[in-house]
Design a protein around this ligand. Sequence first.
Ligand SMILES: Cc1cc2nc3c(=O)[nH]c(=O)nc-3n(C[C@H](O)[C@H](O)[C@H](O)COP(=O)(O)OP(=O)(O)OC[C@H]3O[C@@H](n4cnc5c(N)ncnc54)[C@H](O)[C@@H]3O)c2cc1C
Length: 419
Amino acid sequence: MTANRAANPAVVDSADIVVVGAGILGLAVAWALGQALGSGGGRSVLVVDRHPPSTQATARAAALLTRARGDAATAALVRDTYAAIEALEEELEEDLGLRRVGTLHVAASAARVESLRTLVGDSADPVEWLDGEGAARLAPCLSAEAVERAAFMPLDGFIDPVRLADAYRRSARRAGIRISIGLSVQAIRVEHGRVTGLETGQGFIAAPLVVNAAGAWAAGLAWSAGVGLPQAPVRSQYWITEPRPDLFPRDLPVLVMPDAGAYARPELGALLFGLRGRRSVALDPARLPVDTAGLDLGDSDGGLETLEEGWRGLARLCPPLLRAGIAHYVSGLSTYTADGRFVLGPAPEVEGLFMATGCCGAGIAASGGIGQAVAAAVLGMPVPVEMSRFAPGRLGAVDPLAPALRDACAATRSGKTSG
Ligand SMILES: Cc1cc2nc3c(=O)[nH]c(=O)nc-3n(C[C@H](O)[C@H](O)[C@H](O)COP(=O)(O)OP(=O)(O)OC[C@H]3O[C@@H](n4cnc5c(N)ncnc54)[C@H](O)[C@@H]3O)c2cc1C
């Protein structure tokens, strides 16, 4: 993390709008900018990344596109992703492989039924309530006796996250947006309260408008411009069983099981399941390596503690898990905020600086909506959703390096009950 300087290195490139990060959020913003501007739209857009597109958090996502979010604004962003998938399929004339298996939200106690009603209650999407028998008919790996009630949302699905991100990328390229890989941004340059561009390892990129979509590194990058984001990099993790199509049919719905702190979905005849655990691991944004591939999470135990604690609770709901071996463990860094909401839109302290981050483990699900909302904000167009709840400055002045912030963000992940 570099303090902002008024140095004047050689200008190596320039654009009207530069997006930092070619993960799914940066690419979705680029796609939406391309849609809004059209080819030859009069404004140049450049996306920069030090790694090839979608090789960090995006490549590791379970990619549940869960609609039930507990608030209308977030649910609208997810709904926009489904619309984006449809539009991309039409434009690119290909099937993006959306698996529309539905989501079964499972409640194992009367108290949980009440919170489930709150989660799905105001949904604008269809919801079907089931008893234990009905839930086990839809998802034969569930124990009918262990389920009190369940809410099925048939329009939900999951998708290959890299494939979706690549579709955003290709559509953006068609609209004339440039993507420059191998460029590491060291700092955002601010002069007289306005963004002027980016300092990179190769020189200065001049730009009056910058979108920070740098994922786990976004808080560090924003801090170089003196902007404190209320988020921290937090480990997310899941496991995949050996292939057992006899136990886990390919058309199983996505299962969200807050009583077990778990979610699951079919993965080519195996079961992919995530456990949230009592204690999530949050990292210091100032000490992140530049690549999370093979990242050693310091005090991490490779997820074993969470697996040991969570396994039995999950197997009570899903007994066939006891008969399947575990074949894979996947972990990566999402960003979580202290209040569980995204960080989107203009930074109040710096004119011309915008955020598309704070994904709270839902960046794939909300990518289409986030891309469109942030692009509209950057272009000064009407923003399609109510953005104040996601405003970067909503929690006041924040020290992004404070351990207390990291603890609060880790607790948000551990307490998550949606998909
Ligand atoms: C295990 C796991 C499971 C998940 N499951 C789901 C799920 O089921 N559903 C869901 O919606 N989401 C899920 N997520 C979350 C999802 O992966 C993220 O929300 C999403 O990928 C965030 O995208 P991003 O573009 O912000 O970040 P990233 O994909 O990490 O992209 C950020 C990019 O910025 C680049 N960058 C950063 N700093 C710089 C710099 N200084 N200079 C140049 N480039 C820079 C990086 O190289 C990177 O390519 C999961 C995440 C994990 C880890």
